[in-house]
Write a protein that binds this ligand. Sequence first.
Ligand code: SAM
Ligand code: DTB
Ligand code: SF4
Length: 329
Amino acid sequence: MNTIAPPVALTAEASASAPAAKWTVSQVEALYQLPLMDLLFRAQQAHRENFDPNAVQRSTLISIKTGGCSEDCSYCSQSARYKTEVGREALMQVEDVIKAAREAKAKGASRFCMGAAWRGPKDKDLEAVTRMIREVKALGLETCVTLGMLKDGQAEELKAAGLDYYNHNLDTDAEFYDRVITTHKHADRVDTIGQVRAAGIKVCAGGIVGLGETRRNRAAMVAQLANLDPPPESVPINNLVAIPGTPLANSEKVDTFEFVRTIAAARITMPQSFVRLSAGREAMSEEMQALCFFAGANSIFYCDKLLTTSNPGIDRDQALFSKLGLRPI
Ligand code: SAM
Ligand code: DTB
Ligand code: SF4
């Protein structure tokens, strides 16, 4: 079997100055280049060393503030800059969010994720969101929010409300980032992730496949995620849902096996993280999803709708779990 050198060992000189990267881009790219069976075998080994291979975590996602976002992320239905079918809505009422959380819990989700189409939260928005977090947590669910970039002190407020996870994706390789988004920088994303980490909140950070990036870009994104210190506890890998009206509406679909390779690369480089098979499942066959689980994905969004696009839904997921002998965590 082909072997790839393990992560770079720290040299005396490197460790004396800055912490050295654990994974180089070339090492991750070499994983992608393995014969598929060898790559899947390595991913399964890493998975089985750290997780029950038949258990999959389920998070329910809800959009608490939809549309009208100031940012120009080329893939997003919620940017105010593109003519999509998604309109601007107000922040949901706390009671409506709690009702949805109760339903999610009754249907078997273990985590409730609340997403907002903001560049970042204003202080008054944060106050409402902290009320949502407190009440969702009181139902016995783990909480996650994704609100955009955070200003000093905001992560601490979220932590004080009992927030378990903050989702903030790197989305794509730092070198490709400004081809997709110009209204904020990749470094801003890294900064917010640092603030979340420093506040003691668990990090959910991943990215998107299918933005027109190269394999090298994909490998670089995986390496950037894996080299966060520590790596994110949760790593969502999204397959682009092409949205009419956005600049990426006609983006070429990434080959199934290339997507599966990305999941496997994430599993091998972040062996102790949950890897979430995230957006784009609606367009995936059951066989493709099974391959993703075999490659090390062990988390999904469990709801009929993601933020604005559709997801397989609870009945279909229960049927798939049953066919594959998977059980929820
Ligand atoms: N506004 C916040 C932000 O950008 O961090 C939170 C919401 S934003 C919609 C959350 C994530 O959804 C993005 O970082 C991106 O990874 C993912 N996403 C958005 N639109 C997508 C699409 N069309 N296909 C796949 N993933 C998408
Ligand atoms: C993540 O990585 N994927 C989720 C969640 N974090 C917030 C969002 C997916 C959005 C898919 C497109 C939509 O439904 O608008
Ligand atoms: Fe706004 Fe987030 Fe969509 Fe970017 S991805 S346009 S920041 S909602």
